[in-house]
Design a protein around this ligand. Structure first.
Ligand SMILES: N[C@@H](CCC(=O)N[C@@H](CS)C(=O)NCC(=O)O)C(=O)O
Length: 214
């Protein structure tokens, strides 16, 4: 069984967004049971034991059998390979799903993360007020590109894959900005993915986990 390492507590704003969520969502889509190990932010996070799991002292990480894996993208891919719900069986479909997973992390998360940092940590700083229009403009370009690629399809490749899971979780980082409202098809796509029962189960589990540990 997979063991997911996550934090027992994070600030309220981060609770639904923490990257362990995308791992929980993938596990729920794949229908795989898992157990949770908690590592506390601070000293425990930097312990040799945790650094052996996650070289940057972050979360999430997973373990299964002899495998220890870090980076939410690699973990989502590992889980996806176990389930046709997340990963098409044909070679072309599989590689297209992987391309979208990379696009979510490399082309979209890199754009939305700086905006998330401004919104969550620096909103009132002068440098953030100056920088925000440029950052938002870059995010809008990325949202427009994803919406264009999506077109009228229900999912990026027509059927749901791990690429959609990662894209939607990345887009959640800027939920509080409502920038997605300018992109109705993308917004509907995100809502479609978030309405999946596995998404809902994962969110409940993540929030309940933090509540119980508090
Ligand atoms: N690229 C990593 C990022 C992991 C990450 O940023 N984790 C955050 C929680 S969402 C964390 O551990 N933050 C505490 C820290 O960096 O010290 C992944 O996708 O797994």
């Amino acid at each position: 069984m997979i063991t997911l390492t996550t934090y027992p507590w994070v600030p309220d704003f981060a609770a639904p967004l923490m990257r362990a969520f995308r791992v929980r969502w993938a596990l729920e889509e794949a229908g795989l049971p898992y157990s949770v190990r908690h590592v506390a932010l601070g000293a425990e996070q930097c312990s040799p034991e945790h650094l052996a799991r996650q070289p940057f002292g972050q979360a999430p990480a997973i373990e299964e059998g002899g495998l220890t894996l870090f980076e939410s993208g690699a973990i989502a891919l590992y889980i996806a390979e176990k389930s046709e719900v997340l990963m098409p069986r044909d070679d072309i479909g599989r590689m297209r799903a992987i391309a979208w997973l990379f696009a979510a992390l490399n082309s979209v998360e890199t754009a939305v993360q700086p905006l998330g940092e401004i919104v969550f940590f620096h909103e009132d700083a002068n440098w953030a007020k100056e920088r925000r229009p440029q950052v938002e403009s870059f995010v809008r370009r990325r949202l427009a590109s994803v919406e264009q690629a999506l077109g009228d399809k229900a999912y990026l490749e027509g059927r749901f894959t791990v690429g959609d899971l990662m894209m939607v979780d990345v887009l959640r980082i800027i939920d509080s900005t409502h920038l997605i409202d300018g992109f109705p098809k993308l917004k509907a796509y995100k809502q479609r993915c978030e309405a999946r029962p596995a998404f809902q189960r994962a969110l409940t589990a993540q929030l309940e986990g933090f509540r119980q540990a508090a």
